[in-house]
Structure formats: structure tokens, C-alpha cells
Design a protein around this ligand. Structure first.
Ligand code: SF4
Length: 165
């Protein structure tokens, strides 16, 4: 896998579970019926319909953007509970876009909770993103998945029974 093939979803998996990232990169899927995912899909499809202009740019997909003095990238999420993956996905987009525009920020939107959270790219985050990109490439080169580590996220994961954590 090349650096250009890395997506926001891979960044999310990397920060949440490197093992799940490995399954994702190797296109190993589980058949499941996950209500969380259905709810997320519903919210994604029905929220902010008027403003929403899903935009694809290379390996990035934005829910919508606003152009003005600054460029604002929006990501719609169903819950503010487990936001670390969503935050890093947005950092990844800001990191990629900094080459074409410096005045840029991200906003995580939680329509169900009527909440918003602003995300900015700092020098520390830029360094961290570079480490994450390196880490994702390393995971993609592994012949076996990283070992399972029990974490709160596991119970909502489709690989839960396979990992037996
Ligand atoms: S069940 Fe846990 S360890 Fe296994 S892939 Fe999912 S998050 Fe990772």
C-alpha cells in the first residue's frame, strides 16, 4: 500500500484498533447486523440535507465544506461519545489540505445532540499525523494481524467474536 492510498477510515481504525485496521486493509469482513452502523448511516443521509455536498478529493470524502476567508471541513457524527477516531480522521483531512490552504479548520457536528466541536491543526498534530501515516503503512505490511487488546470499543466491533477479547 502507498501513502496516497491511506483514507480517513484507516486513520480512524489506526487510533482505535490496529488489529481492525489490518482486517480492513486486507478486506476481511464479518457479516453482521449492527444497529449502531445503521443509525449512523441514517443520520448521515438525513442530516443537513440542504447544506450537504459530499465532496471527494483524492482519498478524502467530506460531508460538506464552507468556503470563505477560511476553509471549513465538516464531519457529521451520530454521537460525541467515542470521538477520538472522528477527530483524527478530520485531522488527517486538514493535514492533507494544508498544502493547498493554510487558513483551515474542521468541525465535528453531532446533530442528535445539537453539538459542534472545532478542530485545528497544530504543529504537534502535524507531527502525530506523520507518525500515524508511517504506522498505517507498517500495519499494511504485516503478514498477521496485531494481537487483540481488550478495550471498551471491542463490544461494538464486528470482530468481537473472532478476537474473543
Ligand atoms: S474486537 Fe477489539 S481487538 Fe478485535 S478487532 Fe475489534 S476492536 Fe480490535
Amino acid at each position: 500500500m502507498k501513502k496516497e492510498d491511506i483514507t480517513g477510515v484507516m486513520v480512524q481504525y489506526y487510533v482505535l484498533c490496529k488489529r481492525e485496521l489490518w482486517f480492513y486493509i486486507k478486506q476481511i469482513n464479518m457479516n453482521y447486523n449492527n444497529d449502531d452502523i445503521s443509525i449512523g448511516k441514517f443520520l448521515h443521509e438525513t442530516s443537513y440535507k440542504r447544506e450537504k455536498k459530499e465532496i471527494r478529493l483524492d482519498n478524502m470524502v467530506f460531508d460538506f465544506i464552507k468556503r470563505g476567508e477560511e476553509l471549513v471541513i465538516f464531519e457529521i457524527k451520530k454521537s460525541s461519545k467515542l470521538t477520538i477516531g472522528a477527530k483524527y480522521q478530520l485531522y488527517f483531512y486538514l493535514y492533507n489540505l494544508k498544502l493547498i490552504q493554510t487558513n483551515i479548520k474542521g468541525i465535528l457536528v453531532y446533530p442528535k445532540e445539537r453539538k459542534k466541536e472545532e478542530i485545528f491543526l497544530t504543529n504537534e498534530i502535524i507531527d502525530e499525523m506523520e507518525e500515524i501515516i508511517k504506522g498505517i503503512l507498517e500495519v499494511s505490511n504485516l503478514n498477521r494481524p496485531p494481537i487483540a487488546k481488550n478495550q471498551p470499543y471491542c463490544k461494538r466491533c464486528s470482530f468481537y467474536e473472532l478476537c474473543m477479547v
